[in-house]
Design a protein around this ligand. Sequence first.
Ligand SMILES: O=C(O)[C@H](O)[C@@H](O)[C@H](O)[C@H](O)COP(=O)(O)O
Length: 272
Amino acid sequence: MAASGEARKKSELRVFESLDELATDFAEYIAQLSETSVKERGCFTIALSGGSLISLIGKLCVAPYNKTVDWTKWYVFWADERAVAKNHGDSNYKQTKDGFLSKVSVLNSHVYSINDNVTVEDAAGEYEFAIRQLVKIRIIGVCESNDCPKFDLILLGMGSDGHVASLFPHHPVLDQKEEWVTYITNSPRPPPERITFTLPVINSASNVAVVATGEDKAMAVHLAIADAIDSLDSVSLPARMLRPADGKLVWFLDKPAASVLDAGNNCSQHAE
Ligand SMILES: O=C(O)[C@H](O)[C@@H](O)[C@H](O)[C@H](O)COP(=O)(O)O
């Protein structure tokens, strides 16, 4: 099912000349959202994914943000995790800890990592339970229309096949509408077992940012963003299913990743 034009109009494209410029704007974007959420709700809930995006949030760890961001108000989650031990090189937690969390003052008690000592099924269930408790006390907001958690910001990377979080093309979990957190045991990319937020949760966030860089992502970026593509079924490109119901979607792209985009696509664009 193609995403509606209305949802597409709510997304914004930011295209940058270099990774350095992208990282600079990305840090400012996150810092601003943090400031707004802390002002409005008293805290900032952010969910991260794995991949290259962690290296692109590095500027938050240095001046001015290391001092100006109210890190004690941050609550950190993972939109997806690979089923490996937390000290394994493939762990999204480890990658985030080494590249980001160890360099800023987020409170340990506000870091919600996914249990690596149980089955993926149990880990997904436990994670959903933990999120439910935080929704009850409104640390995490709630989406009025579907009672899903409303994270202030979900950061996603995208694979060249158009997967986001651990939602892969044609996978049955793309249809999961009841659960907030689910699991897969047959990821086409290693490791095979993963835990992931479902689409309703991602699309209930106040803000969703997708970072895609490099020429190998260009076709997927085009297919995810273009208005109408005959014969393209969204399940073949999960990033096309991103359509925050009541939030905002921003794409952070470098020039190579944006190289196949139509000049006239229906997003508000701002080239840096
Ligand atoms: O844990 C994962 O595998 C991810 O969350 C995954 O969705 C990742 O973000 C993309 O594969 C993009 O990764 P790159 O930016 O490294 O290409």
